[in-house]
Design a protein around this ligand. Structure first.
Ligand SMILES: Nc1ncnc2c1ncn2[C@@H]1O[C@H](COP(=O)(O)OP(=O)(O)OP(=O)(O)O)[C@@H](O)[C@H]1O
Length: 276
């Protein structure tokens, strides 16, 4: 895609909702065995409030590195991350912890995020340990957030991770993230380990959260089919760079680059699809 078209997209998104989170010219280099790998190369993206942006690309294209930088789990080599018009690139201490309540994440493997010896109830209550709220308030917050992901407390609170389906585990992780009342939810390959039915189920939950809570969702995936199912806008990454971006319709119906066309060709029925 030409830079001018990419710039157009940025301007258009800026007019359709307040830009909550953005990165400007973000680069990440790693030194490996004496040479330098540029995992993310001069990426600028904007996330308007209450929208879903998907970042899609093959394995190694730099998606997770970008996500980790946006979450401030990894320092940038250069560039700026902005949240609510504030430069958060180098936040530390209490300010960073506050940022982490606003920007929550759900990762690929819900098993890895669970302590196997805790029930869902103790996992969720422990997440609230630092919040200064009473037990009753904690219980009603847990019930409310499980409700958002269509789980009933009676069904899951007493269960251990291995006693639930992958989709249920993933929905519990979304509920846990929501308990912080975040503005942004970053889902990094959050549905990749699920079978097709459970995947659609979690995608629909993310879609509803955007609509019902005005959540801004950053959905990171290697699967352009899922990206297009869920997202309002799609950015395509290749070798650390954003090579294409646009509304979902633009990317599906008039892809500009060969790389995007190739990703799309793996999902033959995409054009007939399928917004939840
Ligand atoms: N800590 C690290 N040290 C060195 N190289 C790294 C590190 N993390 C990532 N890389 C490299 O950076 C590049 C981008 O990796 P990244 O995990 O961001 O890609 P990805 O698109 O998320 O891939 P996947 O979908 O497989 O997770 C890869 O070449 C990877 O090997």
């Amino acid at each position: 895609m030409s830079e001018s078209r990419a710039d157009d997209m940025i301007t258009r998104s800026a007019t359709s909702g307040e830009i909550l989170l953005s990165c400007q010219n973000v680069t990440k280099e790693f030194s490996v065995a004496g040479s330098t790998i540029t995992a993310v190369d001069d990426v600028s993206l904007e996330f308007p409030e209450a929208s879903v942006l998907a970042v899609v690309g093959e394995s190694g294209s730099g998606k997770s590195t970008l996500a980790r930088m946006l979450l401030r789990l990894m320092p940038v080599t250069s560039g700026t991350i902005t949240f609510r018009d504030q430069d958060v690139t180098h936040l530390k201490g209490r300010d960073l912890r506050e940022y982490w309540t606003e920007v929550q994440a759900v990762f690929q493997d819900p098993f890895a995020s669970f302590n196997q010896f805790f029930t869902v109830g103790s996992l969720l209550r422990r997440s609230l340990a630092l919040a200064k709220i009473s037990k009753d308030e904690a219980d009603s917050l847990i019930e409310e957030c499980l409700g958002y992901v269509d789980l009933r407390p009676k069904e899951v609170l007493h269960k251990f991770p291995h006693q639930m389906s992958g989709g249920q585990r993933q929905r519990v992780m979304v509920a846990r993230a929501l308990m912080m009342r975040p503005k942004v939810l970053l889902a990094d390959e959050a549905t990749s380990m699920l079978d097709a039915t459970l995947r659609v189920n979690v995608l629909n939950v993310l879609h509803d959260l955007r609509n019902e809570l005005g959540l801004t969702v950053l959905f990171i995936t290697h699967d352009i089919g899922q990206a297009c199912y869920l997202a309002d806008r799609v950015a395509v990454m290749e070798h650390g760079r954003v090579v294409e971006r646009g509304t979902t319709e633009e990317v599906i119906f008039s892809p500009q680059g060969d790389y995007t066309r190739r990703l799309l060709s793996d999902v033959p029925d995409l054009r007939g699809s399928l917004k939840p």
